[in-house]
Design a protein around this ligand. Structure first.
Ligand code: DGL
Length: 267
């Protein structure tokens, strides 16, 4: 275990996503660990990842992580289920022993709830078609009816700054749920970080009893435990300075940085 020192605790945490969805994860990280420094990299120029090949995604992930390594980050959070499915094992191998936290649809808490029989998993096509997710799904499919729901239009709404367009959002959600009997739906798993921005709209459309589950808080807690165990957590009472968030985007324009900040303060 490495010794705690000012240098390791104040090193930034690199957080990235195919675009702006991972900001919903960054928000949880900053809420749980407000003293940390974060560098958020949104790969909006190359978004969406959900319809790309694994090779293309791996290539983008390596470029972003190389950048983080140059910035001497103390950990990386892949704030993207799709990038995690495609690249997490390769990245962990390549950047060992740096902690790399990935994300996957939080199917387990949904499936373990005894009341849950009908579960919708909203995610990208890549995530839903990957072996990793299908293995996870097999574990629970005897007792649960699990419906896969790819929702690419929701990614575009976030990336194109259309979250204020309630009519468009409602139309889009209704389209995706047109075949689902929402009265019989127990849980919805948000398996894409972009979709967390639609939680309120979804809750309005679904039955009040339907649980909407995302993995953002769990991811933040997981990273905190890892940093704490390694003595790298930037604790308030240690007096280490921190709390800076730097937003970067592959579009390299002010508009995407502005939009990132708006999304960080969303809701
Ligand atoms: N935010 C990403 C995820 O969690 C995917 C969005 C995309 O298709 O780029 O899976």
């Amino acid at each position: 275990m490495e010794k705690t020192n000012e240098n390791t605790v104040t090193q930034a945490i690199g957080v990235f996503d195919s675009g702006l969805g991972g900001i919903s994860v960054l928000k949880e990280l900053a809420e749980l660990m407000p003293n940390e420094n974060y560098i958020y990299y949104g790969d909006s120029y190359y978004a969406p990842y959900g319809t790309k090949s694994k090779e293309e995604i791996i290539d983008r992930c390596i470029q972003i992580c190389d950048y983080f390594i140059n910035k001497k980050v103390k950990a990386i959070v892949i704030a993207c289920n799709t990038a995690t499915s495609a690249a997490v094992s390769i990245l962990r191998d390549k950047y060992k022993p740096l902690p790399i936290i990935g994300m996957e649809p939080a199917l387990k808490p949904a499936a373990h709830d005894k009341k849950n029989n009908n579960i919708v998993v909203m995610a990208t096509s890549l995530t839903l078609n990957e072996e990793k997710f299908n293995d996870l799904m097999k574990k629970y499919s005897d007792i649960n009816n699990i419906i896969k729901m790819p929702c690419p239009d929701l990614v575009s709404i976030v990336e194109n700054d259309m979250l204020q367009d309630t009519a468009l959002i409602e139309r889009t959600l209704l389209k995706y749920y047109s075949e689902i009997d929402i009265n019989k739906l127990d849980s919805v798993v948000l398996g894409c970080t972009h979709f967390v921005f639609f939680k309120e709209h979804l809750q309005k459309m679904l039955d009040k009893k339907t649980r909407i589950i995302d993995g953002n808080k769990g991811t933040a807690r997981h990273l905190k435990d890892i940093l704490d165990n390694d003595g790298k957590l930037n604790k308030v009472n240690e007096g280490a300075k921190g709390g800076e968030i730097t937003f970067l985007n592959s579009y390299k324009d002010e508009r995407h940085i502005e939009l990132s900040k708006i999304l960080f303060n969303f809701q």
